[in-house]
Design a binder for this molecule. Sequence first.
Ligand SMILES: Cc1cc2nc3c(=O)[nH]c(=O)nc-3n(C[C@H](O)[C@H](O)[C@H](O)COP(=O)(O)O)c2cc1C
Length: 361
Amino acid sequence: MDTQHASAPLSTPSRKRDHVELCVHDDVQFTTKTAGFERVELLHNALPELDYNDIDTTTLLFGKPLAMPLMISSMTGGYAEAESINRSLAIACAEYGIALGVGSQRQALEDSTHHASFRVAREYHPHGFITANIGAPEIAQRSARESLHRIIDLIEADALTIHLNPLQELLQVGGNTSFSGVLTGIEECVQYLQIPIIVKEVGAGISRTVAEKLLDIGVQAIDVAGAGGTSWAGVELRRSAMLHEEKAHLHALWNWGIPTIECLQALAPLKPSPLDDDEGNMRFTLIASGGITSGFDMAKSLALGADLTASARPFMKQLVDHGQDGLHTMLRQWREQLTACMFLTGSGNISTMQNVSYILH
Ligand SMILES: Cc1cc2nc3c(=O)[nH]c(=O)nc-3n(C[C@H](O)[C@H](O)[C@H](O)COP(=O)(O)O)c2cc1C
């Protein structure tokens, strides 16, 4: 389907609207690589020694309880129609006891026209874990950093997510490629903000070297957002064609990035082993995302060492194509798939699931 754009194609609301339209109606998946979950086989346990009905999928995220280790990833806000999308996502998150990320709040820093599109998340998920969201280019600017409390207060955020998206900005029409000073900016946020900082990519993955730099400055959570699901190079290449700014010579970047399971394998060893870990505190929370499309992928991510899993486009697409009920059906199915894997690996709770054996094909 051809995506329509509003009259000011470079404005933030128009761009956010285009992103949702492209993600829902166009084929913007990676084409030559996968997240890698098909290579991971959980080791069957014929003697699980537990009752299916006793399986406990709950976990804690920075002290807040979740009914299962899942977050609907940062997606939208900042234009009129985003209010109903975020309302629906928040209703589903409240119903299933999971975490929610709002989309980039850059627009909310520009003016207050669309503040309601973000605030609605807290209205409909009043007790849940909600993370604010801002991009690396804003973090590099002192003036934007000084205003972050406004977007945090807007949704009474439990954490601030900072997205690193150099590939996306590079290919975005009018994108901001000023990435100098981002690490220092993140460090300042860690020191001065009262809530945990989550750093994520948007589908190109986080390497071990980048993770080490982030952990050295005290970042509390890393969401790998690896390659294999939504290609943000793909989204921006499609959007640039739509805006008649053809970038065909950069098309090979569509499949750029580190597959999600490779990120998890590289980052999981950076966590302290359970034996060094007093009172169950983790030095950082490892979040698996990028191409997670089922409760089976959730279970495999946990076995690979993730503490939490997250997914974006599959939920947006399900909501737009099948409505609120469809979204709830999908969450119920993912919960059942996760619980099935826990039963068949003899995992009565999430921390046991994080230690099950797997075969890598
Ligand atoms: C419609 C849409 C909008 C998005 N907007 C944002 C955003 O504003 N901020 C952000 O950090 N990530 C954003 N993302 C990226 C996702 O959070 C996620 O990292 C990425 O899509 C990979 O996950 P997936 O394969 O499950 O889609 C967006 C994703 C989608 C589908």
